[in-house]
Design a protein around this ligand. Structure first.
Ligand code: ARG
Length: 591
């Protein structure tokens, strides 16, 4: 907000540094906590310290910084004695320069900006940095269960936030369509279900068969050699097997598409493990030649002795990159995948959204890339997240069949939300009730995954996820609905004019203040890949709107106040919706 005013002030400071021969070309601004006036400030300690170092005189840095602040304060005036446009007051206090905006013009500018920019409000200018975010990465032939949910929701939100903060974002998926799990599935099918076709719910059938395959594989001592033999047939690309693989893989992929549609999550590019499996093996050979990998076959596997090569101790340990029987592993494929990403898209950053339990593994991959001489290794970043615990301590492994399919969770959330919506708004048509319930249900699930730091475990429970009283999506969505209902009662006519030139109440100030910080919050969240910051922000905004709603009459106020408050209500509605949309959450019109 107020970037042009800020950069005009900044330019004068930089010019001042130039006169002193100080090579400083940017200024660090901070917001001054609101106390009747909005303002920004910057300190001169660093400049004074730099000057002392340049001159080699030492001297009193603090005192010099004071002087600088006082001198710069004078630079903020025009030749006719007026203050730089947009500002109302300037002061130099203890080495700090404080610049204050005029309160009413600030308030009006915030509201005007939101209403003019609408969905674009909060978005930063493009920074021409290209980031790929790889997320979701489900495995075909297996269930897409609640355990995968946090990944998709987090990845999607990180993409939205980066995009809003100015990055050019590529949303990538990386589907595990080959590997031991797939071969196991095919083995079970060929041995016990040959020729069977799934019914209507193909996807569920696929996942049920996976549970069965896994159980048999673990219980039956005959299974392992048979599966291994089948893997060899795959490696030889046996046409019959490839055909079966293609068909069954497709059923899973269709199931995933459906899930992404339900969740409202788009992708720009899909990678598949099958497309990097063979090139992975070529890399392995190269690495053996280069002396990076050690071939211990047939007794052992092909390994990269990372600690030995990096001169570290129990930090990177040893990475296995090919099984002793020559079949591929995750690691075999991750190396060519990384290269492919950078070659295809010339990335400035490559983010991997992956479970925290794979942290060592990801560091091993990045280190291996570095040892192979790829400069881009340092542009790779593992965005780790913790697991989700479900009510009743249901674990989520596809092994024991206790997985909760995503579909089931969403259905349950929707029916619970429907109960609440029916109570709250019995006059709504059943169709609208259903639509609203779905938005509330999905919002509730998404918000509970995003409002917690990604490195902390989420313990999911219905009460918390679907509450209208505390920090949860329904509470925030409800604030949107309230704002909307005021505007509806005013005939959805947002007055074109309406200046906040009267004495603003603390609730108005608080709300305006928060709205004006939106873009800043998004930038911060993008820098740290933390949607939680936006989740917290959206909640504060909803709280601030509710405080305003409870204290400041809108529709019954007199004209200039009424018009301003209607505009502020519309601005708040927009800001709430924009912040929730970064979390992938929709707002219902009514509730
Ligand atoms: N599909 C894998 C799994 O489910 C995760 C892949 C993560 N991405 C990667 N580049 N290794 O465990």
């Amino acid at each position: 907000m107020f970037l042009s005013e800020q950069s005009a002030a900044e330019q004068r400071i930089i010019d001042y540094f130039k006169k002193l021969n100080l090579p400083i070309d940017s200024v660090q601004w901070n917001w001054i906590p609101f106390s009747g006036q909005w303002g920004i400030s910057t300190s001169f300690f660093q400049a004074a310290a730099l000057e002392a170092r340049q001159k080699g005189t030492g001297g009193n840095v603090g005192q010099r910084a004071n002087e600088m602040a006082a001198e710069v304060a004078k630079e903020m005036f025009e030749s006719d004695g007026s203050l730089l446009i947009g500002f109302e007051k300037v002061e130099a206090v203890k080495a700090y320069l404080n610049l204050y905006f005029s309160t009413s013009s600030y308030a009006n500018r915030v509201v005007d900006t939101v209403l003019a920019e609408k969905e674009q409000f909060g978005r930063s200018p493009r920074n021409h940095q290209r980031v790929m975010v790889e997320f979701s990465q489900p495995n075909t032939h297996k269930a897409f269960h609640v355990g995968h949910l946090r990944n998709v929701i987090l990845g999607n939100s990180v993409c939205n936030i980066l995009d809003s903060a100015g990055y050019d974002v590529i949303r990538a998926n990386y589907i595990g369509d080959i590997g031991l799990h797939v071969i196991k599935w095919l083995w079970n099918y060929l041995t016990y279900h040959k020729g069977e076709e799934p019914g209507e719910d193909r996807y569920r059938w696929m996942t049920d068969l996976y549970t069965e395959a896994d159980r048999r594989y673990n219980d039956d001592p005959e299974a392992e050699p048979q599966v291994r033999a089948l893997f060899a047939r795959w490696d030889a690309r046996d046409p019959e097997l490839v055909k079966l693989w293609e068909q069954t893989r497709q059923w899973s992929l269709e199931g995933f598409d459906q899930i992404y549609k339900t969740l409202g999550v788009p992708f720009d590019h899909y990678y598949y493990e099958s497309e990097v499996e063979e090139s992975g093996k070529v890399y392995v050979e190269e690495m053996i030649k280069k002396g990076i990998a050690r071939d211990e076959r047939p007794d052992g596997a092909v390994i990269v002795p990372l600690d030995e090569l990096a001169g570290t101790k129990e930090k990177y340990r040893v990475l296995v990159i090919l099984r002793s029987d020559g079949t591929s592993l995750y690691s075999t494929k991750d190396l060519p995948l990384a290269v492919k990403k950078f070659e295809m898209f010339h990335l400035d950053k490559s983010v991997y959204v992956i479970d925290v339990r794979q942290s060592l593994y990801m560091q091993q991959i990045y280190k291996t890339l570095e040892l192979m001489g790829y400069d881009f290794a340092k542009k790779c970043y593992h965005l780790a997240y913790e697991i989700v615990n479900l009510p009743g301590n249901v674990t989520m492994s596809s092994r024991d069949g206790t997985v909760v399919l995503l579909e089931d969770l969403i259905n349950e959330a929707t029916s619970r939300a429907l109960q609440i919506v029916k109570e709250k708004n019995p006059d709504l048509s059943p169709k609208d009730q259903e639509t609203v319930a779905r938005m509330v249900a999905l919002g509730g699930i998404k918000y509970s995954m995003l409002s917690r730091d990604n490195t902390k475990i989420v313990t999911f429970d219905w009460e918390t996820a679907l509450t209208f009283e505390g920090q949860a999506a329904p509470y925030i969505q409800y604030a949107f609905v309230r704002a909307n209902s005021i505007l509806r009662k005013a005939g959805q006519q947002i007055p074109a004019e309406g200046k906040g030139d009267f004495e603003l109440s603390p609730q108005e100030v608080q709300l305006i203040d928060l709205i004006s910080r939106f873009s800043n919050e998004v930038t911060r969240a993008a820098a740290e890949y933390k949607p939680m910051m936006v989740a917290n922000y959206a909640f504060s905004l909803a709280q601030a709107f509710n405080d305003f709603y409870n204290v400041c009459p809108v529709l019954t106020a007199e004209t200039p106040v009424r018009d301003f408050r209607l505009r502020l209500t519309a601005a708040a509605r927009q800001a709430i919706s924009n912040s929730l949309s970064l979390l992938g959450i929709d707002c219902p019109e009514v509730m």
